[in-house]
Design a protein around this ligand. Structure first.
Ligand code: GLP
Length: 244
């Protein structure tokens, strides 16, 4: 689905999220959302905050699971995804704090494996993800599932690709300050969502969008696994779609 510009596209994604929340409210059920960080979803979150403030959209029945977090990472650090989500969305809406889940970047190494299993269990216990929103990294990562990730991978500790660390270097004031690892939901975790939306804007993403959509399915470009699912929608602006 290609839109004239990213503003229209982001509003479209926010509308889809709002519709899921509202339809679940009508059934007296929770809406379970898988959320992403990065520059791409910023305007989606802005629009959701606007819908809360101006149109009375409530998030009281919303449960969220974020895709990933750097490891190690303190929640109060400038680059943490906990802080990002608070600043972009959670601090501005009425979501109950206990409904928010973001992988914990402060765990001891030996605690991570059990924690990741528990993260998966929590998603299952609330009925699975109704919607997972995704950005895409220039390595073809979704979440932090870098090249080499298996299609059935679960939540786990991963090593970040050099290109991913270079792309993050500005936020960290140099590549050497970017953590080498992260905790991420797996491709298998993402695949279990009832609906998946991958968003990409700008010319910078055009080459990887072409590979993800038209390239051979391979763990070299983890986003190509999305070709195997029939509940995935790519929402792109014209620039990101320009090499298709
Ligand atoms: C980040 C995140 C991904 C995100 C991607 C693209 O590192 N872990 O979930 O989709 O890289 O980021 P951006 O939206 O800033 O281009």
């Amino acid at each position: 689905n290609v839109f004239e510009d990213e503003h229209i596209a982001a509003k479209k994604v926010a509308r889809r999220i709002a519709d899921i929340i509202i339809s679940k409210q009508k059934e007296n059920k929770n809406a379970v959302l898988g959320l992403a960080t990065g520059a791409t979803p910023v305007e989606v979150y802005e629009e959701l905050v606007r819908l809360y403030r101006e149109e009375g959209l409530s998030f009281k029945n919303v449960i969220t699971f974020n895709l990933d977090e750097y490891y190690p990472m303190k929640p109060e650090a400038k680059q943490s995804y906990v802080r990002f989500m608070d600043e972009q969305l959670f601090d501005h809406i009425d979501i109950p704090r206990e409904n928010i889940h973001i992988p914990d970047g402060t765990l001891k190494k030996e605690e991570i494996a059990d924690y990741c299993l528990e993260y998966e269990r929590k998603i299952t216990d609330v009925g699975g993800l109704d919607l997972q929103v995704l950005g895409i990294g220039r390595t073809g990562h979704i979440g932090f599932n870098e090249p080499g990730s298996a299609p059935n991978s679960g939540t786990r500790l991963v090593t970040l690709d050099d290109l991913t660390r270079r792309d993050a270097s500005r936020e960290f004031g140099g590549k050497e300050n970017v953590p080498t690892k992260a905790i991420t939901m797996g491709i298998g975790t993402i695949f279990k969502a009832k609906e998946i939306i991958l968003m990409a804007w700008s010319k910078k993403k055009a080459p990887i969008i072409r590979k993800a959509v038209e390239g051979e399915i391979s763990s070299n470009v983890p986003a190509t696994f999305l070709q195997l699912s029939d509940n995935v929608e790519f929402i792109l602006d014209k620039d990101a779609a320009s090499e298709l």
